[in-house]
Design a protein around this ligand. Structure first.
Ligand code: ADE
Length: 229
């Protein structure tokens, strides 16, 4: 059994993970802290990247290349796009796309650059494990496309555009960049989010209100996953 990376974007997203870990050792690297730890006898490395695609790419790469992780689980919060996603609901990505990647001036679709893909699928086995856990525990787990961009979306027009353009169910700021890294390095990965807001005019207030509680819901589920991997 290899080492499992558990990544969040913000401190609030990983704190509820670390509080359940044993033998935590902090490693400072690249202006960040990586927490080598064990959870129920399994080796894990936990980190928060800081917000956005660039920081999350850097941290995902280091978790794989420097810390030797062979599976990556992302835990955090997202803005809902689908009207059936409520605050606190869990959503897993079946694929991730970058909603702010735009070279449409050259006739390409949104989210596409040559030699890339609009939508990168997550690992099917990890998704199946998640669905088994949800079923066993009676937890409702939604699944769909998650759209990523370097923008906090707090506007119905932008949210609706992302929905129509990518058929996305939720949006956040790190999933697709982590997907690009894991896909390129052949590392199975899984992106879980709990809804903190609905990406519209009240998103900023809702985010501040529900960040901690939703991050905790996501982290709790991720710990179940670690046990089962
Ligand atoms: N993460 C949580 N809510 C978000 C939003 N509304 N936009 C982008 N990322 C988010």
């Amino acid at each position: 059994m290899g080492t499992i990376a558990i990544l969040g974007a913000m401190r609030e997203e990983i704190e509820p993970l670390l509080s359940h870990m044993d033998n935590i050792k902090e490693v400072n690297y690249a202006n960040n802290i990586f927490y080598e730890a064990s959870f129920k006898g399994k080796d894990v490395v936990v980190a928060y990247s800081k917000i956005g695609k660039v920081f999350s790419s850097l941290t995902a790469t280091l978790l794989i290349e420097k810390f030797g992780c062979d599976t990556l689980l992302f835990s955090g919060v997202a803005g809902a796009i689908s009207s059936d996603l409520k605050i606190g609901d869990l959503v897993i990505a079946d694929g991730l796309c970058q909603h702010d990647l735009d070279i449409t001036a050259f006739g390409h679709p949104h989210g596409y650059v040559p030699e890339g893909e609009v939508c990168i699928p997550t690992d099917v086995r990890l998704r199946e494990i998640a669905k088994d856990i949800a079923k066993a525990k009676g937890i409702e787990l939604k699944e769909g496309i998650i759209a990523t961009g370097d923008q906090f979306v707090a506007c119905s027009d932008r949210k609706n555009w992302v929905k129509e353009t990518f058929n996305a169910h939720a949006l956040e700021m790190e999933g697709a960049s982590v997907a690009v890294v894991c896909n390129a390095l052949n590392i199975p990965f899984f992106i879980l989010r709990a809804i903190s807001d609905t990406a519209d005019g009240s998103a900023d207030i809702d985010f501040d209100t529900f960040l901690d509680s939703s991050a905790k819901i996501s982290a709790g589920f991720i710990l179940e996953m670690v046990e089962r991997i």
